[in-house]
Design a protein around this ligand. Structure first.
Ligand SMILES: [Zn+2]
Length: 300
């Protein structure tokens, strides 16, 4: 792998077929990558066997080719990399504890931040008879460790917000290995971005808050920090994301029904930086019956 090359990634999760929201993100990524001289690789984020399906995985390269993107590198599948994530969990073991809480255990707590019911537990408390457990990061302990090493506070660079001080503590003791499968989005994405020498991360602004956790994990695992570019999302009335409208239908179905991609893709031709993301132009270029319930959610 050429470590000199600056690169970004397209990293879909195959929990459904690609739709127009994905098309927006892929075209924007390609336009920014071209302007910035970034190589673009494809990674399929299929750690969640309860939601990802083989037919969705198989459709991704085909749908991306329809959008004008073909990966020149071998395509990584996260489902093949559980051993690597296991190694990363092992490196973090001083900061992890097993959590056996169920939804019912947590239903009386209104905050999204985990109340720490299992924080006193260690792996010695886990026996073959124990219920399924997740692994949570002891946030206070992890931050204290970085303070003692003189590595705190942490910052990252966001293309819209500039230099940002990371505040992972707002998320509390996050889950790094789920009960159903022994990793998490946070852990896998951080490990793989480093393993694939990703220098620039272009992704939806719905993931912006997660960057604070990712920056912390990079520090704990001694991994480099990429630059971040967060784009707005195409949303629909009544939903934060595309879920019920025509725009959320599989891309290949819309194309079969006569949608012409060319005028949509053309909207991205002159995009050089994220400050010029062409969301309104994209919505205008869509047929009215598809665009009607849609709006652009920029995020603050
Ligand atoms: Zn717990």
């Amino acid at each position: 792998m050429n470590t000199q090359q600056h690169r970004t990634r397209i990293a879909p999760s195959p929990t459904g077929y690609l739709h127009l929201g994905h098309a927006y993100s892929v075209w924007l990524t390609q336009a920014l990558a071209k302007a910035m001289g970034l190589e673009v690789i494809l990674r399929i984020e299929n750690i969640d066997h309860t939601r990802c399906k083989p037919e969705y995985v198989a459709a991704i390269p085909e749908d991306l080719a329809t959008l004008g993107f073909t990966s020149t590198d071998p395509i990584w599948h996260q489902a093949d990399r559980f051993e690597v994530y296991q190694d990363a969990l092992h490196q973090l073991s001083d900061f992890l504890y097993p959590c056996t809480c169920t939804r019912a255990d947590l239903q009386d707590y209104t905050s999204d931040v985990y109340p720490g019911l299992c924080r006193h537990k260690t792996m010695a408390d886990i026996t073959p008879d124990s219920p399924p457990y997740a692994l949570r990061l002891n946030m206070a302990k992890a931050i204290q460790h970085l303070k003692e090493k003189g590595q705190w506070p942490l910052t990252f660079h966001d293309a819209k917000k500039g230099e940002v001080t990371a505040e992972p503590e707002m998320h509390g003791d996050v889950v790094l290995a789920r009960k159903e499968f022994k990793t998490s989005y946070h852990l896998s994405v951080v490990v793989d971005d480093a393993a694939q020498n990703i220098t620039h991360i272009i992704r939806g602004a719905d993931l912006y808050d997660m960057t604070h956790i990712h920056r912390l994990l990079q520090a704990l695992l001694d991994l480099p920090t990429p630059q971040y570019i967060h784009h707005g999302l195409i949303a629909e009335d009544g939903n934060e994301k595309l879920s019920k409208s025509k725009a959320s239908m599989p891309l290949h179905t819309l194309i079969q029904n006569g949608l012409d991609l060319a005028p949509l893709k053309a909207v991205f031709d002159d995009v050089q930086k994220i400050q010029n993301e062409p969301a309104e132009a994209f919505l205008k270029a869509l047929p009215t019956e598809i665009a009607a319930p849609l709006y652009f959610k920029e995020f603050a």
